[in-house]
Design a binder for this molecule. Structure first.
Ligand SMILES: *Cc1c(COP(=O)(O)O)cnc(C)c1O
Length: 415
Protein backbone atom coordinates (compact mmCIF):
# COMPACT_ATOMS: atom_id res chain seq x y z
CA UNK A 1 0.00 0.00 0.00
CA UNK A 2 1.44 3.39 -0.92
CA UNK A 3 1.45 6.28 1.49
CA UNK A 4 -1.13 8.11 -0.63
CA UNK A 5 -3.60 5.30 0.04
CA UNK A 6 -3.10 5.40 3.79
CA UNK A 7 -5.77 6.87 6.01
CA UNK A 8 -3.05 8.91 7.78
CA UNK A 9 -2.84 11.20 4.78
CA UNK A 10 -6.16 12.53 5.93
CA UNK A 11 -8.69 11.28 3.41
CA UNK A 12 -12.34 10.77 4.35
CA UNK A 13 -11.84 7.07 5.18
CA UNK A 14 -9.83 8.11 8.24
CA UNK A 15 -12.19 8.32 11.21
CA UNK A 16 -9.99 11.02 12.71
CA UNK A 17 -10.64 13.22 9.70
CA UNK A 18 -14.37 12.49 9.81
CA UNK A 19 -14.39 13.62 13.44
CA UNK A 20 -12.48 16.76 12.57
CA UNK A 21 -9.30 15.86 14.44
CA UNK A 22 -5.77 15.82 13.06
CA UNK A 23 -4.19 12.54 12.07
CA UNK A 24 -0.82 12.12 13.75
CA UNK A 25 2.09 9.71 13.70
CA UNK A 26 2.50 8.28 17.18
CA UNK A 27 6.15 7.68 18.06
CA UNK A 28 5.46 7.77 21.78
CA UNK A 29 4.79 4.04 21.62
CA UNK A 30 1.98 3.47 24.06
CA UNK A 31 1.45 6.79 25.87
CA UNK A 32 -2.19 7.06 26.81
CA UNK A 33 -2.23 10.79 26.00
CA UNK A 34 -1.90 9.60 22.38
CA UNK A 35 -4.66 7.04 22.89
CA UNK A 36 -2.36 4.16 23.86
CA UNK A 37 -0.89 1.74 21.35
CA UNK A 38 -2.36 1.41 17.88
CA UNK A 39 -4.25 -1.82 18.53
CA UNK A 40 -3.40 -5.09 16.86
CA UNK A 41 -5.81 -6.56 14.31
CA UNK A 42 -6.90 -9.43 16.58
CA UNK A 43 -8.09 -6.92 19.21
CA UNK A 44 -9.87 -4.67 16.73
CA UNK A 45 -11.75 -7.63 15.28
CA UNK A 46 -12.69 -8.97 18.70
CA UNK A 47 -14.05 -5.60 19.87
CA UNK A 48 -16.10 -5.22 16.70
CA UNK A 49 -17.41 -8.78 16.98
CA UNK A 50 -18.54 -8.23 20.58
CA UNK A 51 -20.16 -4.83 20.29
CA UNK A 52 -23.40 -5.89 18.64
CA UNK A 53 -24.25 -8.61 21.19
CA UNK A 54 -25.78 -8.88 24.62
CA UNK A 55 -23.73 -10.69 27.22
CA UNK A 56 -23.78 -11.46 30.93
CA UNK A 57 -20.82 -9.41 32.16
CA UNK A 58 -20.23 -11.63 35.20
CA UNK A 59 -20.01 -14.68 32.95
CA UNK A 60 -17.79 -12.82 30.49
CA UNK A 61 -15.44 -11.84 33.31
CA UNK A 62 -15.39 -15.46 34.55
CA UNK A 63 -14.34 -16.53 31.05
CA UNK A 64 -11.76 -13.74 31.15
CA UNK A 65 -10.48 -15.15 34.43
CA UNK A 66 -9.67 -18.50 32.77
CA UNK A 67 -7.96 -16.90 29.78
CA UNK A 68 -5.95 -14.53 31.98
CA UNK A 69 -4.99 -17.36 34.34
CA UNK A 70 -3.76 -19.43 31.38
CA UNK A 71 -1.68 -16.57 30.02
CA UNK A 72 -0.21 -15.34 33.29
CA UNK A 73 0.05 -18.43 35.45
CA UNK A 74 -2.02 -16.69 38.13
CA UNK A 75 -5.04 -18.30 39.80
CA UNK A 76 -7.60 -15.82 38.48
CA UNK A 77 -8.08 -12.50 36.73
CA UNK A 78 -10.49 -9.99 35.26
CA UNK A 79 -10.44 -7.02 32.92
CA UNK A 80 -10.75 -3.53 34.40
CA UNK A 81 -11.33 -0.18 32.69
CA UNK A 82 -7.59 0.54 32.77
CA UNK A 83 -4.59 -0.01 35.03
CA UNK A 84 -5.44 2.99 37.21
CA UNK A 85 -8.87 1.43 37.80
CA UNK A 86 -7.21 -1.92 38.50
CA UNK A 87 -4.94 -0.35 41.13
CA UNK A 88 -7.93 1.33 42.84
CA UNK A 89 -9.87 -1.94 42.77
CA UNK A 90 -6.96 -3.98 44.15
CA UNK A 91 -6.41 -1.46 46.96
CA UNK A 92 -10.12 -1.39 47.77
CA UNK A 93 -10.28 -5.18 47.70
CA UNK A 94 -7.40 -5.41 50.16
CA UNK A 95 -9.48 -3.34 52.59
CA UNK A 96 -12.91 -4.95 52.07
CA UNK A 97 -12.28 -8.56 51.11
CA UNK A 98 -15.58 -9.98 49.80
CA UNK A 99 -17.73 -8.13 52.37
CA UNK A 100 -20.40 -6.45 50.24
CA UNK A 101 -21.37 -4.02 53.01
CA UNK A 102 -17.77 -2.86 53.32
CA UNK A 103 -17.57 -2.60 49.52
CA UNK A 104 -20.56 -0.24 49.50
CA UNK A 105 -19.19 1.70 52.46
CA UNK A 106 -16.01 2.88 50.70
CA UNK A 107 -14.46 5.43 50.51
CA UNK A 108 -15.43 5.54 54.17
CA UNK A 109 -12.92 3.09 55.63
CA UNK A 110 -14.24 3.06 59.21
CA UNK A 111 -13.58 -0.31 60.76
CA UNK A 112 -11.11 -1.38 58.05
CA UNK A 113 -7.35 -1.45 57.75
CA UNK A 114 -6.74 1.54 55.50
CA UNK A 115 -3.01 2.12 54.99
CA UNK A 116 -1.13 1.25 51.83
CA UNK A 117 2.66 1.21 51.92
CA UNK A 118 4.72 2.47 49.03
CA UNK A 119 8.42 3.30 48.59
CA UNK A 120 8.95 7.03 48.10
CA UNK A 121 10.82 6.30 44.86
CA UNK A 122 7.66 4.63 43.53
CA UNK A 123 5.38 7.64 44.05
CA UNK A 124 5.27 8.27 40.31
CA UNK A 125 3.08 10.44 38.15
CA UNK A 126 2.00 8.54 35.03
CA UNK A 127 -0.57 11.20 34.05
CA UNK A 128 -1.70 11.80 37.59
CA UNK A 129 -0.04 10.95 40.89
CA UNK A 130 -0.31 7.21 41.63
CA UNK A 131 -0.91 8.13 45.25
CA UNK A 132 -4.32 9.40 44.14
CA UNK A 133 -5.29 5.85 43.07
CA UNK A 134 -4.79 4.87 46.71
CA UNK A 135 -6.57 7.90 48.17
CA UNK A 136 -9.55 7.54 45.82
CA UNK A 137 -10.54 4.40 47.68
CA UNK A 138 -10.43 6.13 51.06
CA UNK A 139 -7.10 4.51 51.92
CA UNK A 140 -4.06 6.47 52.99
CA UNK A 141 -0.74 6.17 51.19
CA UNK A 142 2.09 5.64 53.66
CA UNK A 143 5.41 6.24 51.96
CA UNK A 144 8.73 5.17 53.42
CA UNK A 145 12.37 5.66 52.52
CA UNK A 146 13.85 8.49 50.49
CA UNK A 147 13.57 8.98 46.74
CA UNK A 148 16.91 7.26 46.17
CA UNK A 149 17.01 4.90 49.10
CA UNK A 150 14.54 2.49 50.68
CA UNK A 151 15.44 -0.44 52.91
CA UNK A 152 13.82 -3.64 54.07
CA UNK A 153 14.12 -2.39 57.65
CA UNK A 154 12.15 0.75 56.76
CA UNK A 155 9.49 -1.40 55.08
CA UNK A 156 9.21 -3.73 58.05
CA UNK A 157 9.04 -0.72 60.37
CA UNK A 158 6.26 0.90 58.34
CA UNK A 159 4.00 -2.15 58.61
CA UNK A 160 1.48 -1.70 61.39
CA UNK A 161 -1.97 -2.80 62.55
CA UNK A 162 -3.65 -0.56 59.95
CA UNK A 163 -1.63 -1.80 56.97
CA UNK A 164 -4.00 -3.16 54.32
CA UNK A 165 -1.56 -3.71 51.46
CA UNK A 166 1.69 -2.61 49.89
CA UNK A 167 1.95 -1.25 46.36
CA UNK A 168 5.04 -1.99 44.25
CA UNK A 169 5.55 -0.13 40.98
CA UNK A 170 7.68 -1.28 38.05
CA UNK A 171 8.14 1.56 35.61
CA UNK A 172 10.67 3.80 33.88
CA UNK A 173 9.03 6.56 35.93
CA UNK A 174 10.31 5.09 39.24
CA UNK A 175 13.48 6.40 40.84
CA UNK A 176 16.27 4.38 39.17
CA UNK A 177 18.41 3.64 42.22
CA UNK A 178 18.10 2.45 45.76
CA UNK A 179 14.71 0.72 45.57
CA UNK A 180 13.97 -2.58 47.31
CA UNK A 181 14.10 -5.53 44.88
CA UNK A 182 10.72 -7.15 44.37
CA UNK A 183 11.57 -10.51 45.93
CA UNK A 184 12.83 -8.84 49.14
CA UNK A 185 9.86 -6.48 49.24
CA UNK A 186 7.44 -9.39 48.98
CA UNK A 187 9.26 -11.48 51.57
CA UNK A 188 9.12 -8.69 54.16
CA UNK A 189 5.42 -8.00 53.43
CA UNK A 190 4.39 -11.64 53.49
CA UNK A 191 6.21 -12.25 56.77
CA UNK A 192 3.58 -9.93 58.26
CA UNK A 193 0.67 -11.06 56.05
CA UNK A 194 0.59 -7.89 53.99
CA UNK A 195 -0.56 -8.51 50.40
CA UNK A 196 1.53 -7.02 47.59
CA UNK A 197 -0.13 -5.24 44.68
CA UNK A 198 2.14 -4.74 41.65
CA UNK A 199 1.63 -2.01 39.08
CA UNK A 200 3.10 -3.47 35.87
CA UNK A 201 1.08 -1.28 33.53
CA UNK A 202 3.68 -1.09 30.77
CA UNK A 203 5.76 -4.17 31.62
CA UNK A 204 6.03 -7.11 29.20
CA UNK A 205 6.53 -9.71 31.94
CA UNK A 206 3.08 -11.15 32.65
CA UNK A 207 4.19 -14.30 34.49
CA UNK A 208 7.36 -13.61 36.52
CA UNK A 209 5.85 -11.52 39.29
CA UNK A 210 3.29 -14.23 40.03
CA UNK A 211 6.09 -16.77 40.28
CA UNK A 212 7.85 -14.40 42.67
CA UNK A 213 4.85 -14.14 44.98
CA UNK A 214 2.80 -11.14 43.87
CA UNK A 215 -0.72 -11.22 45.27
CA UNK A 216 -2.21 -9.18 42.48
CA UNK A 217 -0.71 -7.56 39.36
CA UNK A 218 -2.05 -5.01 36.91
CA UNK A 219 -1.12 -4.59 33.24
CA UNK A 220 -2.56 -2.14 30.72
CA UNK A 221 -4.27 -3.72 27.72
CA UNK A 222 -3.69 -0.62 25.58
CA UNK A 223 0.07 -0.59 26.00
CA UNK A 224 2.38 -3.47 24.99
CA UNK A 225 -0.50 -5.96 24.66
CA UNK A 226 -2.06 -4.06 21.77
CA UNK A 227 -5.66 -4.13 22.98
CA UNK A 228 -8.33 -1.49 23.43
CA UNK A 229 -8.22 0.66 26.57
CA UNK A 230 -8.49 -1.68 29.57
CA UNK A 231 -6.51 -3.21 32.41
CA UNK A 232 -5.63 -6.86 32.97
CA UNK A 233 -5.78 -7.75 36.66
CA UNK A 234 -4.45 -11.15 37.75
CA UNK A 235 -3.37 -12.87 40.92
CA UNK A 236 -4.48 -14.97 43.84
CA UNK A 237 -8.14 -15.90 43.59
CA UNK A 238 -9.42 -14.44 46.86
CA UNK A 239 -7.73 -11.11 46.20
CA UNK A 240 -8.75 -10.96 42.56
CA UNK A 241 -12.33 -11.71 43.60
CA UNK A 242 -12.27 -8.94 46.24
CA UNK A 243 -10.96 -6.50 43.62
CA UNK A 244 -13.55 -7.66 41.05
CA UNK A 245 -16.42 -7.15 43.51
CA UNK A 246 -15.58 -3.43 43.63
CA UNK A 247 -17.55 -3.28 40.34
CA UNK A 248 -20.57 -3.15 42.67
CA UNK A 249 -18.96 -0.43 44.76
CA UNK A 250 -16.54 2.36 44.02
CA UNK A 251 -15.46 0.97 40.66
CA UNK A 252 -18.87 1.55 39.11
CA UNK A 253 -17.63 4.83 37.56
CA UNK A 254 -14.69 2.81 36.19
CA UNK A 255 -16.82 0.43 34.17
CA UNK A 256 -15.11 -1.56 31.46
CA UNK A 257 -17.11 -2.33 28.31
CA UNK A 258 -17.71 -5.77 26.78
CA UNK A 259 -15.83 -4.62 23.67
CA UNK A 260 -12.74 -3.69 25.69
CA UNK A 261 -12.83 -7.02 27.50
CA UNK A 262 -13.03 -8.90 24.20
CA UNK A 263 -10.18 -6.83 22.77
CA UNK A 264 -8.00 -7.28 25.85
CA UNK A 265 -8.44 -11.05 25.81
CA UNK A 266 -7.75 -11.31 22.09
CA UNK A 267 -4.67 -9.13 22.51
CA UNK A 268 -3.44 -11.17 25.46
CA UNK A 269 -3.82 -14.45 23.59
CA UNK A 270 -2.09 -13.05 20.52
CA UNK A 271 0.69 -11.56 22.67
CA UNK A 272 1.40 -14.90 24.32
CA UNK A 273 1.86 -16.58 20.95
CA UNK A 274 3.95 -13.78 19.44
CA UNK A 275 7.41 -14.69 18.20
CA UNK A 276 9.36 -12.05 20.15
CA UNK A 277 12.46 -12.24 17.93
CA UNK A 278 10.36 -11.72 14.83
CA UNK A 279 8.43 -8.81 16.37
CA UNK A 280 11.66 -7.16 17.47
CA UNK A 281 13.29 -7.55 14.07
CA UNK A 282 10.29 -5.74 12.57
CA UNK A 283 10.48 -2.99 15.19
CA UNK A 284 14.21 -2.48 14.60
CA UNK A 285 13.86 -1.79 10.88
CA UNK A 286 12.37 1.73 11.16
CA UNK A 287 14.87 2.61 13.90
CA UNK A 288 17.70 1.74 11.54
CA UNK A 289 16.14 3.79 8.75
CA UNK A 290 15.75 6.85 10.99
CA UNK A 291 19.26 6.49 12.32
CA UNK A 292 20.61 6.41 8.78
CA UNK A 293 18.50 9.42 7.85
CA UNK A 294 20.38 11.59 10.37
CA UNK A 295 23.79 9.89 10.26
CA UNK A 296 25.53 12.59 8.19
CA UNK A 297 23.95 15.60 9.96
CA UNK A 298 26.28 17.43 12.32
CA UNK A 299 25.30 17.68 15.98
CA UNK A 300 22.61 15.01 15.68
CA UNK A 301 23.21 11.59 17.10
CA UNK A 302 20.97 8.53 16.80
CA UNK A 303 21.47 5.66 19.25
CA UNK A 304 19.58 2.46 19.89
CA UNK A 305 18.24 2.75 23.39
CA UNK A 306 17.58 -0.27 25.59
CA UNK A 307 14.32 -0.13 27.55
CA UNK A 308 14.97 1.26 31.05
CA UNK A 309 13.10 -1.55 32.83
CA UNK A 310 14.42 -4.29 30.59
CA UNK A 311 11.41 -4.76 28.32
CA UNK A 312 12.52 -6.72 25.26
CA UNK A 313 12.72 -4.08 22.53
CA UNK A 314 14.65 -0.94 21.64
CA UNK A 315 13.88 2.64 20.76
CA UNK A 316 15.93 5.27 18.91
CA UNK A 317 17.31 8.10 21.00
CA UNK A 318 18.03 11.32 19.13
CA UNK A 319 20.53 13.52 20.95
CA UNK A 320 21.19 17.07 19.85
CA UNK A 321 24.70 18.27 20.70
CA UNK A 322 25.85 21.92 20.74
CA UNK A 323 27.33 21.66 17.20
CA UNK A 324 23.81 21.32 15.82
CA UNK A 325 23.03 25.01 16.37
CA UNK A 326 19.55 24.28 17.72
CA UNK A 327 18.05 22.49 20.69
CA UNK A 328 16.24 19.14 20.94
CA UNK A 329 13.05 20.98 21.91
CA UNK A 330 13.20 22.95 18.63
CA UNK A 331 13.20 19.70 16.69
CA UNK A 332 10.38 18.24 18.80
CA UNK A 333 8.39 21.40 18.13
CA UNK A 334 9.06 21.22 14.39
CA UNK A 335 7.97 17.58 14.27
CA UNK A 336 4.79 18.12 16.22
CA UNK A 337 3.69 21.26 14.39
CA UNK A 338 4.23 19.81 10.91
CA UNK A 339 1.64 17.87 8.92
CA UNK A 340 0.96 15.23 9.94
CA UNK A 341 2.03 15.93 13.49
CA UNK A 342 4.77 13.55 14.68
CA UNK A 343 4.80 12.96 18.44
CA UNK A 344 7.85 11.56 20.21
CA UNK A 345 8.76 10.63 23.80
CA UNK A 346 10.01 13.72 25.57
CA UNK A 347 10.76 12.50 29.12
CA UNK A 348 14.41 13.52 28.79
CA UNK A 349 14.04 16.64 26.70
CA UNK A 350 15.77 18.73 29.39
CA UNK A 351 18.88 16.67 28.75
CA UNK A 352 18.87 17.43 25.03
CA UNK A 353 17.40 14.20 23.73
CA UNK A 354 14.11 12.62 22.76
CA UNK A 355 13.06 9.11 21.90
CA UNK A 356 11.32 7.54 18.93
CA UNK A 357 9.30 4.42 19.74
CA UNK A 358 8.28 2.23 16.81
CA UNK A 359 5.45 0.26 18.41
CA UNK A 360 2.51 2.33 17.16
CA UNK A 361 3.97 3.04 13.74
CA UNK A 362 1.43 2.59 10.94
CA UNK A 363 2.09 1.12 7.51
CA UNK A 364 3.73 3.67 5.26
CA UNK A 365 4.77 5.95 8.11
CA UNK A 366 8.41 4.87 8.40
CA UNK A 367 9.43 6.75 5.27
CA UNK A 368 7.39 9.82 6.12
CA UNK A 369 9.12 10.04 9.49
CA UNK A 370 12.59 9.63 7.97
CA UNK A 371 11.94 12.44 5.47
CA UNK A 372 10.35 14.76 7.99
CA UNK A 373 13.07 14.18 10.55
CA UNK A 374 15.82 14.98 8.07
CA UNK A 375 13.99 17.99 6.61
CA UNK A 376 13.20 19.42 10.04
CA UNK A 377 16.85 19.16 11.13
CA UNK A 378 18.08 20.77 7.94
CA UNK A 379 15.51 23.54 8.37
CA UNK A 380 16.70 24.23 11.90
CA UNK A 381 20.41 24.06 11.19
CA UNK A 382 21.91 27.50 11.37
CA UNK A 383 19.01 28.78 13.47
CA UNK A 384 20.21 30.53 16.60
CA UNK A 385 20.10 28.29 19.66
CA UNK A 386 18.87 29.78 22.92
CA UNK A 387 19.09 28.27 26.40
CA UNK A 388 17.64 24.80 25.91
CA UNK A 389 16.47 24.43 29.51
CA UNK A 390 14.35 27.59 29.31
CA UNK A 391 12.91 26.54 26.01
CA UNK A 392 11.85 23.18 27.41
CA UNK A 393 10.12 24.98 30.28
CA UNK A 394 8.22 27.30 27.96
CA UNK A 395 7.27 24.34 25.77
CA UNK A 396 5.83 22.62 28.85
CA UNK A 397 4.08 25.77 30.07
CA UNK A 398 2.51 26.19 26.66
CA UNK A 399 1.14 22.64 26.82
CA UNK A 400 -0.23 23.21 30.32
CA UNK A 401 -1.89 26.44 29.20
CA UNK A 402 -3.43 24.73 26.20
CA UNK A 403 -4.86 22.06 28.48
CA UNK A 404 -6.34 24.59 30.89
CA UNK A 405 -7.99 26.32 27.96
CA UNK A 406 -9.70 23.16 26.75
CA UNK A 407 -11.93 22.83 24.73
CA UNK A 408 -10.85 26.11 23.18
CA UNK A 409 -7.53 26.51 21.37
CA UNK A 410 -4.99 28.97 22.78
CA UNK A 411 -5.53 32.43 21.32
CA UNK A 412 -2.15 32.29 19.54
CA UNK A 413 -3.13 28.96 17.91
CA UNK A 414 -6.61 30.06 16.81
CA UNK A 415 -5.84 31.13 13.28
C1 LIG B 1 0.33 3.85 32.11
C2 LIG B 1 0.58 3.58 33.53
C3 LIG B 1 -0.48 3.45 34.43
C4 LIG B 1 -1.89 3.71 34.03
O1 LIG B 1 -2.33 2.81 33.08
P1 LIG B 1 -3.79 2.98 32.46
O2 LIG B 1 -4.11 1.60 32.00
O3 LIG B 1 -3.67 3.94 31.34
O4 LIG B 1 -4.69 3.46 33.54
C5 LIG B 1 -0.20 3.11 35.74
N1 LIG B 1 1.05 2.94 36.15
C6 LIG B 1 2.11 3.05 35.33
C7 LIG B 1 3.47 2.84 35.87
C8 LIG B 1 1.91 3.39 33.99
O5 LIG B 1 2.94 3.51 33.16
Amino acid sequence: MTIAEKPMTGDSTDIRVRLGVSPLINLTGTLTTMGGISARTEAIEAAAAMMGHGIDMVELQAAASKIIADATGAEAGFVSACSAAGICMAVAGAMTGDDMAAIEQLPDTSGMKNEVLIQTGHLVNYGHPIEQDIRLTGARAVSFGAVNSATQAQLAGAIGPRTAAALYVVSHHCAPDGQIPFADFTRVCHAQDVPVIVDLAAEYDITGYHRDGADITIHSAHKFLGGATAGVVSGKKSQVRAAFLQNYGLARPMKVGKESIAAALAALQAYVSDDRAEVNAKLRKPLQAWREAVADLSGVQGDFDADPTGNPFERLRITITPEAGFAAVDLVHALETGTPSIRVRTHQLEHGSFIMDPRSLGAGEEGVVAERLRAAIQGLQGAKATGAADQVQSWKIRRANALRNWPDPLAEDAT
